[in-house]
Ligand binder design. Structure first.
Ligand code: AMP
Length: 441
């Protein structure tokens, strides 16, 4: 191929050199062992969720943009700068899922789940997209395992969500889990608290960073989890939300903590924890794994909260009290403590299948099929022809046995079974092969 073309006037025209296509920043290919780890984690998470009574749901990866703009609310990072949006040819404004909760609430109404016995407990798994700044443990495409309980205001739902997530993370290898928890109040107490907070920040406005000054107008609660060092200092003495909780709010929070005590889940009350999304009310929490020591702040591996007022912001006639959380699966799979879970279908093949010449290749897929029916997985290199090369690959693969299937064997309907360690070989009739291989240790 040449990058020069001759046009009609016989002039040589240079074609621009094409760059090889690359994946999008903040998005990755997941393959080899990693693929199985993700799948293994999902299988385990699904199993635990099922034991606690959750049912699966898969919602579309795209929704109307308004679902999230009204659900999550402006003044949040997701809505202000992180959502991937697009306009269809028909003019619809859609967005690619930046989180699950709003979709689940939509599905709850659209599928008439209000008429089911309440609460409705659902889990989901899939990719989530946020145009965030990629860095360690922070991607633009990442996966969440999501849990939601819709249709109850009871504190046991908050506890059950946290317990299920903690159990999943422990099964995945987490050693030391701590739950950072706070209550940001209900309809009655939240405006009172926000007013108090705004008054406090106004007194310190000169020291607030420009972004936090902006948040004072759009979403003052967000100033509490500001990363700006000056604001962090100001936050030390900021009024705390728990002090202004209504008596119902206080009771709810106290009960949640009692459940956590009862279940021996370690927690600490973090008065600056508000979480990014504005639909939260009452309980908000984040889950951290601290076995790596306390000198580095560990990344949150999960987080969530109660969202009793989301339904109405999405246009429902009445609110549906609900509680949910999401586990950041990429952060789990990348953690040093991750147990390297593998899916149950994964079977490490013990057999390397060597095929020599066309005659053998012609029949080889029937042999593989015969073994598949007998649940015996194999490895093979279908494009290689010589015995030497295939034996070398078999050796490297670590498979304890190789099958050698050449011209003669194909005619005789036999195959040679080679013990890779002591190099002993035995010729076996194809009809008896599966049976014979099953007996090998
Ligand atoms: P959130 O949906 O913001 O409540 O996040 C729930 C969990 O998802 C977090 O605790 C993280 O573990 C994970 N997470 C959030 N954002 C990202 C990201 N950009 N990259 C990887 N994981 C993330």
């Amino acid at each position: 191929m040449t990058d020069k073309k001759i046009n009609q006037k016989n002039e040589i025209k240079k074609e621009p050199k094409k760059e090889m296509a690359q994946s999008v920043r903040g998005m990755r290919d997941i393959f080899n062992e990693d693929y199985y780890y993700y799948q293994g984690f999902f299988e385990k998470a699904q199993e635990v969720a099922m034991y606690y009574g959750f049912k699966p749901i898969e919602t579309p990866i795209m929704e109307q943009e308004a679902l999230w703009t009204s659900g999550i609310g402006e003044g949040t990072d997701i809505i202000d700068k992180e959502m991937y949006t697009l306009k269809t040819k028909g003019g619809d404004k859609l967005a690619i899922r930046p989180e699950y909760t709003a979709s689940i609430m939509r599905a709850y109404f659209e599928k008439g789940m209000q008429s089911l016995p309440q609460p409705v407990m659902l889990y989901s798994y899939g990719p989530v997209y946020r145009h965030d700044n990629p860095q360690n443990g922070r991607y633009r495409e990442f996966r969440q395992f999501n849990l939601e309980i819709l249709g109850t205001e009871k504190s046991i739902a908050d506890a059950l969500i946290i317990k299920t997530a903690v159990s999943i993370l422990k099964e995945a290898g987490a050693q030391e889990i701590i739950v950072d928890i706070n209550s940001i109040g209900d309809k009655e107490s939240r405006p009172v608290y926000i007013k108090e907070l705004v008054n406090y920040y106004k007194k310190h406005i000169a020291d607030l960073s420009p972004i936090d000054r902006e948040r004072l107008k759009t979403n003052p609660l967000r100033i509490l989890d500001s990363k700006d060092p000056r604001t962090i200092k100001i936050n030390e003495n900021a009024p705390d939300s728990i002090a202004s909780l209504s008596s119902a709010g206080k009771k709810h929070f106290k009960q949640v903590l009692e459940y956590l005590d009862q279940m021996n889940i370690a927690y600490r009350i973090n008065k600056n924890l508000v979480r990014g999304l504005s639909y939260y009310s009452h309980t908000v929490f984040e889950i951290l794994e601290t076995s790596g020591g306390t000198d580095v702040t560990p990344l949150a591996i999960g987080g969530g909260g109660r969202y009793d007022y989301l339904a109405k912001t999405l246009g429902a006639k009445k609110d549906v009290p609900a509680m949910g959380m999401a586990i950041g699966v990429d952060r789990v799979v990348e953690a040093t403590w991750f147990k390297k879970l593998e899916p149950r279908i994964m079977k490490k093949p013990k057999i390397y299948f060597i095929q020599l010449g066309f005659e053998a290749k012609l029949k080889s897929l029937n042999v593989v099929e015969q073994l598949r029916m007998a649940h015996i997985p194999i490895m093979q290199s279908i494009s290689k022809d010589t015995l030497g090369i295939q034996l070398a690959i078999a050796e490297k693969s670590g498979a304890p046995y190789a099958l050698i299937f050449g011209h003669k064997e194909a005619i005789d309907n036999t195959v040679i079974v080679r013990d890779m360690q002591n190099r002993k070989q035995e010729t076996i009739k194809l009809d008896h092969l599966a049976e014979y291989l099953k007996k090998l240790k």
